[in-house]
Design a protein around this ligand. Structure first.
Ligand code: SF4
Length: 290
């Protein structure tokens, strides 16, 4: 019997160059999953927030649509791990297999899919890009991940989350005390308060201790250095060996690039705590690749 929770809504699969984080510049294949309950002020993919039952999938620039994209009676664009693995191979276009970066949206909404996908990737590395809001789910898939990129977000950059509704074809969502149900699978709900966010971040930082991981902090010019002190304190306290990547926000959609002074202050905050820090813009934007 089909397990609906092993499906995930795929938005796009494409080969490109990693533009962010510890593996910047590495040619990778990107698997973008839809669905995110978080509402980051500077989100550069708000189109990934909602799971749309009639959504199309873009694979290596080719747009697919209709129920034929999924393996059986799944809602459109919901794919099994096997279908997604075939799309990854298609995106590689006969070239050498690349590291697969699973991004979103929030990929941790679809742990059963990730668990099913990993063995189908062969020797490819699997990297996970996550907001770090779902530590219990991260713990479930962590062993499968060759690298984890955690987005570390200052409180002021976070609006209240909106949990996902499951498409009609999946089981109806059921609001539980501290969890949500999607497709019959009980999932963690997103943090709602600053304290919950802090607890989730610290749990994720702890989980990736001594692993191949980085913490990425998007820096917007409207913020002051003081807004980031709490994040640096958390990294120092929980995972001081973590590579911290400061990413000046790309000035699009009203976002304001940070000043050099702000970046220098943040570097000082990192160095005062003996953290390893790098400053990197979104390189894929400079290269004009997806
Ligand atoms: S977690 Fe990622 S996809 Fe979700 S709102 Fe934040 S930046 Fe956007």
């Amino acid at each position: 019997m089909r397990s609906s929770s092993a499906l995930a809504p795929v938005m796009e699969v494409f080969a490109s160059i990693q533009g962010e984080g510890a593996y910047v510049g590495e040619p990778q294949t990107f698997l973008r999953l839809a669905g995110c309950p978080l509402r980051c002020r500077w989100c550069d993919t708000p189109s990934s927030w909602r799971v749309k039952p009639d959504a199309r999938v873009r694979v290596a620039g080719r747009e697919l649509g209709g129920r034929d994209v999924a393996a059986n009676d799944a809602p459109t664009n919901f794919a099994t791990p096997l279908v997604a693995a075939c799309w990854i191979k298609e995106a590689e276009a006969g070239g050498v297999a690349r590291t697969v970066s699973v991004t979103g949206g929030e990929p941790l909404l679809w742990p059963e899919f990730l668990l099913g996908l990993r063995p189908l990737l062969g020797a490819r590395r699997m990297h996970l890009e996550t907001a770090g809001a779902h530590p219990r789910t991260l713990a479930r898939v962590l062993e499968l991940c060759d690298h984890v990129s955690l987005d570390l977000k200052p409180d002021l950059d976070l609006d209240a989350p909106e949990e996902l509704d499951a498409p009609e074809e999946l089981d109806a969502p059921e609001e539980l005390d501290a969890q949500q149900s999607l497709g019959g699978e009980v999932l963690e709900r997103a943090p709602r308060t600053r304290d919950e966010w802090r607890a989730a971040r610290e749990a994720c930082l702890e989980l990736v201790r001594d692993r191949d991981a980085c913490g990425k902090i998007v820096v917007n010019g409207e913020r002051s250095a003081a807004d980031f002190v709490g994040l640096f304190d958390e990294v120092e306290r929980v995972n001081p060996a973590l590579l911290v990547v400061l990413q000046p926000v790309t000035p699009l959609g009203g976002a304001i690039a940070p000043s050099r002074e702000l970046l220098e202050c943040l570097i000082d905050l990192a160095y005062e705590r003996e953290l390893t820090v790098r400053v990197l813009p979104q390189v894929h934007r400079a290269l004009r690749v997806p």
